[in-house]
Design a protein around this ligand. Structure first.
Ligand code: 5AD
Ligand code: SF4
Length: 432
């Protein structure tokens, strides 16, 4: 059997794209996954281009892979960096056999045997393409509900790598989840760049369904117990959607609300479409009507023109919302974005010290949040066997749990009492 080594960088959409590529390859001939590069017949690097660092590392990585790979093994570069650099990847690194953009991964079986094939059309519409079945974890599944992005945030390269937004027909989504449930998945993660913009753009005019309606349809699937989604956009968090989030018992009470900046003037220059007040209002509403919900966020510091006052607005939102999880980044100027040409670029030193300040304060908040978990009881869905007789899973509000246990716990939801806390995870014992 041929062996496949696949490295996946970036976000959950890329993780799902890798699963889709594995499924497509297997539909042609069976591949065994390997962690050993030297053993692989096919090597795929599924790339991310949202920040500069991983992109610059790509070419040195290709060099290393080329040195250690088997003589006839093929190397493919896929994903967002493939979309934006296209044929230049092969010009710079002729050892690469094929380049497949994030919007073109359904063509994987067509390119693997063509030397120097490049497929990077960002307008390619495979929103109705029926990918084969493959998932890394049998107890949960990831399902795309839309592809691409219809926003033009001035810092973001994604519209140039994943193209315009198109929603996947709701009946296909429901069919895919129903199949996953039949094979052991009690939990689904719905994926899209802006999930709560679902239904704005379909390929066919006859489709009509918004995100709240989609959630209602999905929650009718028998045997499905937990629904998660990422990422919603704060701009589209209307009251109808929040009501569904609070009241639907199958929807996990964990929500990602990407802030990016707490300064209204910076948000304007980022073209985010909301103000600091709107963001705070949405989070206050979540905290008030659903106190058990956890809120995570993304923040960029050092965006062009960010003054000390702008940064203080971001710190202020952090104090007020007390996010349970923070993903924070130094601004990175990206090709195909308007912000890359803005004046007032912020020095790396200033951005670095702001990032440190933000992360330090968040760590203090997180320690307080996690310490308060001691003795609490959560419903945990166990989905992974760990070394040393342990099993891991997530609580409804998204916290990572470890308990002593074995295979019998997998696929089950159990009440767990927290016995030990730490920043990243909780330990507990089963609670009768
Ligand atoms: N620089 C830094 N961070 C960025 N992100 C997106 N584009 C950039 C950029 N140019 C961050 C945003 C986004 C997350 C996935 O990556 O916070 O929500
Ligand atoms: Fe995901 Fe964005 Fe990275 Fe593409 S660029 S893999 S969409 S995080």
């Amino acid at each position: 059997m041929k062996k496949l080594y696949i490295e996946t960088l970036g976000c959950a959409m890329n993780v799902r794209d890798s699963e889709h590529m594995i499924a497509e390859l297997n539909s042609k001939e069976p591949y065994e996954l390997t962690d050993d590069l030297k053993d692989a017949d096919l090597i795929i690097i599924n790339t991310c281009s949202v920040r500069e660092k991983p992109v610059s590392k790509l070419f040195s990585e290709i060099g290393v892979f080329n040195k250690f790979k088997k003589k006839d093994a093929k190397i493919g570069v896929t994903g967002c960096t493939a979309s934006h650099l296209g044929r230049d990847i092969i010009k710079r690194a002729p050892v690469v056999d094929f380049v497949l953009g994030a919007r073109n991964i359904s063509k994987i079986t067509k390119v693997i045997d063509k030397r120097h094939a490049v497929e990077v059309d960002i307008n390619y519409d495979d929103s109705s393409y029926a990918f084969g079945d493959y998932r890394t974890n049998r107890f949960k599944s990831m399902v795309n509900i839309s592809m691409g992005c219809d926003k033009s945030c001035t810092y973001c390269i994604v519209p140039a790598t994943r193209g315009d937004e198109v929603s996947i027909p709701s009946n296909l989504i429901v069919t895919e989840i129903t199949k996953a449930v039949k094979t052991g998945a009690k939990e689904v993660m719905l994926l899209g760049q802006n999930v709560n913009n679902y239904g704005k753009h379909f390929s066919s005019n006859s489709e009509n369904c918004n995100f709240t309606e989609l959630l209602k349809k999905i929650s009718k699937i028998e045997g499905l117990e937990r629904i998660r989604f990422t990422s919603p956009h704060p701009l589209h968090m209307d009251d109808e959607f929040l009501k569904e989030f609070f009241s639907n018992p199958k929807i996990c009470k964990q929500i990602h609300v990407p802030l990016q900046s707490g300064s209204t003037s910076l948000l304007k220059s980022m073209k985010r479409g909301y103000s600091k007040e709107w963001f705070l209002n949405r989070c206050e509403k979540i905290r008030k009507l659903c106190p058990e919900a956890t809120i995570s966020t993304d923040i960029i510091v050092g965006f062009p023109g960010e003054s000390e006052e702008d940064f203080n607005d971001t710190m202020d939102v952090l104090e007020k919302v007390r996010f349970e999880q923070l993903f924070s980044f130094k601004y990175s100027a990206r090709p195909h974005t308007t912000a890359a040409n803005f004046e007032n670029q912020i020095s790396k030193e200033v951005a670095g010290s702001r990032l440190t300040k933000l992360q330090r304060r968040h760590t203090e908040i997180l320690d307080e949040i996690m310490d308060a978990e001691l003795g609490k009881i959560h419903e945990v869905y166990f989905d992974e066997l760990k070394a040393g007789g342990r099993v891991s899973g997530r609580s409804d509000d998204g916290k990572l749990f470890f308990v002593d246990g074995s295979e019998e716990l997998l696929g089950q939801i159990k009440r767990v009492e927290v016995t030990k806390t730490s920043r990243g995870a909780l330990e507990g014992t089963l609670f009768a």
